[in-house]
Design a protein around this ligand. Structure first.
Ligand code: SF4
Length: 348
């Protein structure tokens, strides 16, 4: 009698019963080897692993190579490609109209640190619930490789010209302004970036991730500080990240003496095993000091630089009702006639 055969295993599904294919997008049109493609892959994996409903995500972007990348992941999600540097105000409107959406903003160093810097500043200080990813390559890739405002002092363009202006450190700015989850990573560090993105999904507040993402066409040469080679030699990780989602048993081994455990809003755990003595990402001033020291020494600090999982988000501060404003009937969003009459009478 022939032995019973086991049917071939189907593709792995997440807790929603979806496969990773349900999180994919269109075929990329970015250059082969561009760091942005790797970030799109990590976003697909993180959303799949976290069991995020694709239709609950609003992808928002501005202009630039990075801002094209939302087309290459999560086709089933909502998407809006805004004006150059204006993604934060579109995101603010979308989140306030529907607080149940998971806002995922993707921008670049040009879109964020130059034309959009004013919008960036006000987004960070409000602690709007959003996952804001900056794909940072130090150049304007879409317009042929001019230095952007995050290019390091003295770094060299492909033509050999040295950058004479100091960079804007978006992480330091975000921490100083009030963002409650700030991290820096590298598109080539699959493990660190995956853990960081999953933790970011569990956070309720502004997450700002500055991800060094080499531009292979205009900024991957000797003299660049945003190249694959430079990151390989100067990446200084602060800790090893472990992320345990709320729906999984907490079985990770760790040594309490050298590990910081942060409970996220949804009950998930972010574990940071210290590689550097004395660094505590819950210490805002300490984070700013360490960033300043690293930039002087030419290191690129990576990891969760700052996290505050207790601060109220913008929707809490505004005391928004639980139901999305966009779904409320007109009778519930307009003051009754009697109230308007009362105001008018008081002004007579
Ligand atoms: Fe990526 Fe640079 Fe090509 Fe733009 S020009 S897609 S940033 S490698």
């Amino acid at each position: 009698m022939p032995a019973p055969t086991t049917p071939p295993a189907g593709p792995r599904t997440n807790r929603l019963g979806l496969t990773v294919v349900d999180y994919r997008g269109g075929k990329t049109t970015l250059c082969a080897g561009c760091g942005h493609n790797a970030i799109s892959e990590r976003i697909v994996e993180a959303m799949f692993e976290m069991g995020v409903q694709p239709e609950q995500v609003a992808k928002l972007s501005g202009i630039g190579c990075s801002s094209k990348s939302p087309a290459y992941f999560m086709s089933r999600s909502h998407a809006f490609n805004g004006l150059h540097g204006r993604m934060p105000s579109v995101a603010t409107g979308a989140v306030l109209a529907n607080r149940t959406l998971l806002a995922l903003g993707v921008s670049g160093d040009g879109d964020t640190a130059s034309i959009g810097i004013g919008q960036f500043v006000h987004l960070m200080r409000r602690n709007l619930p959003i996952l804001y990813v900056v794909e940072n390559n130090g150049v304007y890739g879409l317009t042929k490789g001019q230095f952007s405002a995050t290019a390091d002092l003295g770094s060299r363009a492909k033509s050999g010209v040295a950058n004479e202006l100091p960079p804007i450190d978006l992480c330091a700015m975000a921490i100083q302004l009030g963002a409650t989850f700030v991290g820096r990573s590298f598109s080539g560090d699959k493990r660190q970036l995956s853990a960081m993105l999953r933790a970011a999904v569990a956070h309720r507040g502004t997450v700002m991730l500055d991800i060094v993402s080499p531009c292979v066409t205009f900024n991957d040469h000797e003299g660049s500080t945003k190249s694959y080679a430079y990151m390989k030699d100067h990446d200084a990780p602060l800790h090893e990240l472990q992320f345990v989602p709320a729906y999984e048993d907490i079985t990770v081994d760790y040594d309490p003496g050298t590990t910081i455990d942060v409970t996220m809003h949804d009950g998930s755990h972010l574990r940071l095993k210290k590689l550097e003595e004395g660094y505590d990402p819950r210490d805002r001033v300490g984070a700013l000091t360490r960033l300043a020291e690293a930039s002087t020494g030419g290191d690129v600090l990576t990891g969760v630089l700052y996290v505050d999982s207790k601060a109220p988000s913008f929707v809490d501060t505004l005391n928004l009702v639980e139901l999305p404003l966009a779904t409320l009937p007109e009778a519930q969003v307009r003051p009754p006639r009697a109230v308007l009459d009362e105001i008018v009478d008081a002004l007579r």
